[in-house]
Design a protein around this ligand. Structure first.
Ligand code: GDP
Length: 221
């Protein structure tokens, strides 16, 4: 049974003081605007419009919580890198996100969505730099993989894996497409393993490099 089966919108937060009480477990999703973050959340939830709720006017700069039940939350962070956002809003975003990532006790992992055609921009690295000192794991989805042919996708995966392996150990990376559903099972397994280590162990998932993963996820050190 999918962990995302009963996912529902829970809350929007623009100020860290308004965060829900730190009970249970959270997994955050981050990525540049237009990287495919909402589509990835919708694909995982097997819903069409769930994460687009978070895109409605007024909520784009907020942290949006979705409840999975059993005190588990998927946390949709505001997309970044949108050129037309005023400097003041960008600064607000920086303090909100960096503090959330660095201090939230119930946060157990970060899913970072990178467009497979333009991965690891300066702001993507900034996210990793904020989060990795926490020692918590990061799983990278190289999104829109359907826009690349097999060879290009493999090269993108290899290049990103190399950079992550060098500078950001504790990261895993895989190809992903919300359109073709490439990598959907792998992503779901990686997230399930963070939320429910017992469940992952029971199904013998040691890491997200799973059967049928073509060209496959890479685990780095
Ligand atoms: P967000 O701003 O990061 O939440 O990105 P969205 O999920 O809204 O996606 C931005 C655009 O990319 C939309 O036009 C989506 O339809 C498209 N898109 C998202 N994921 C994919 C994908 O896996 N493949 C393709 N071909 N397009 C995608």
């Amino acid at each position: 049974m999918s962990l995302f089966q009963h996912i529902v919108f829970f809350a929007s937060v623009a100020d860290l003081r308004d965060l829900p009480p730190p009970l249970g477990a959270e997994i955050a999703f981050a990525g540049r605007s237009n990287s495919g973050k909402s589509s990835a959340i919708n694909a995982l939830a097997k819903r069409k419009r769930l994460a687009f709720i978070a895109k409605s006017p007024g909520r784009t700069q907020q942290i949006n919580f979705f409840s999975l039940g059993d005190a588990r939350y998927l946390v949709d962070l505001p997309g970044y890198g949108y050129a037309r956002v005023p400097v003041t809003v960008r600064q607000l975003w920086k303090s909100l996100i960096s503090e959330y990532l660095q201090t939230r006790k119930t946060l157990c992992g970060l899913v970072l969505i990178l467009d497979a055609r333009n991965p690891l921009t300066v702001l993507d690295k900034q996210m990793l730099d904020w989060f990795l000192p926490t020692g918590k794991p990061v799983h990278v989805l190289l999104s829109k993989a359907d826009k690349l042919n097999r060879q290009q996708a493999n090269i993108a995966l290899k290049n990103v894996a190399e950079v992550l392996g060098k500078f950001y150990p504790k990261c895993t990376v895989q190809l992903f497409s919300s359109v073709s559903k490439t990598g959907l099972d792998e992503a779901e397994s990686a997230i399930t393993a963070w939320f429910c280590p017992g469940l992952a162990a029971a199904s013998k998932i040691k890491n997200p490099r799973l059967k049928g993963s073509k060209p496959g996820a890479k685990r780095l050190k």
